[in-house]
Design a protein around this ligand. Structure first.
Ligand SMILES: Nc1ncnc2c1ncn2[C@@H]1O[C@H](COP(=O)(O)OP(=O)(O)O)[C@@H](O)[C@H]1O
Ligand SMILES: [Mg+2]
Length: 248
């Protein structure tokens, strides 16, 4: 049997009396697109931030490629192949789209000053250009990122996560604030990236059509716990999930 790329075991995180994550376990396999859904306050973001090393869970274990990475910080995890996109945009408005991509990779390489100086290429330009073509943003590559529409900036934000060639990308609400007409395009793009780059994704998203169409498996969280994990068809047919979340 294939070794999971990501294995989260019995993760707990409390904020005072609130058990934000109360014993969550799941695996993500190589090449898998794994969705995380659940009502507001169900612990999705807390789970995400734990997997990214942004917060320290109270207990539980996180394994990446068979290696225990519990307690590692964001930069160490990034170097081990974990990329992310942010719910709020991280692009630098005054830099060109292409330079934003190059700088994102320089940060991955640990150059914390990279945003203060002009980007130096060192082979990253070719990587940026490949992504610019794959994301169909060639026509805006030399524009300042701040001049782009919100949806286009969102694409740049997603592209930035791929500059470090991650094995696992965590996407925090990639459709939030995006014009509904662009949602299908983002889904298509993520499917292509999944195919061509063989990466695994974990996606938090409230847009149910998007999640059901994109994800191979979906985990439903309610009140910090896992209510169900299954294929989109299984999740749609799960009575407990319908009553607690998908119904109405
Ligand atoms: N930094 C924090 N301090 C205190 N409570 C928090 C903090 N972060 C999250 N919580 C609480 O933990 C629970 C889960 O929150 P969150 O992980 O943001 O859920 P979701 O992303 O599913 O909406 C909520 O009750 C929330 O109010
Ligand atoms: Mg959240």
């Amino acid at each position: 049997m294939t070794q999971p790329l990501l294995q989260v075991s019995d993760l707990h995180k409390a904020y005072g009396a609130i058990q934000a994550v109360g014993g969550v376990s799941f695996e993500v396999y190589p090449g898998e697109i794994f969705g995380v859904i659940g009502p507001n306050g169900s612990g999705k973001t807390t789970l995400f931030n734990s997997m990214l090393g942004q917060i320290t869970p109270d207990s539980g274990r996180i394994m990446l490629n068979g290696r225990d990475v519990s307690g590692l910080g964001p930069l160490a995890l990034n170097r081990l192949g974990v990329g992310r996109t942010f719910q709020t945009l991280q692009v630098f408005g005054k830099m060109s789209v292409r330079d934003n991509l190059i700088v994102a990779a320089q940060e991955h390489q640990g150059n914390m000053w990279s945003r203060m100086f002009a980007p130096t290429d060192s082979g990253l330009g070719a990587k940026a250009d490949a992504l610019i073509d794959q994301f169909h943003i060639r026509h805006v590559a030399d524009k300042r990122a701040g001049e782009l529409s919100y949806g286009q900036q969102k694409l740049v934000d997603i592209a930035m996560a791929f500059m470090s060639e991650p094995d696992l990308v965590l996407l925090d609400e990639p459709c939030a604030g995006v014009n509904p007409s662009l949602v299908g395009g983002i889904s298509q793009l993520l499917k292509e990236l999944n195919q061509t780059r063989k990466g695994s994704f974990v996606v938090i998203e409230h847009n149910m059509d998007f999640v059901m169409d994109l994800c191979h498996r979906i985990m439903v969280m309610v009140e910090g716990k896992v209510m169900a994990i299954g294929t989109p068809a299984e999740i749609r047919a799960n009575k407990q999930v319908l009553d607690a979340y998908l119904g109405n």
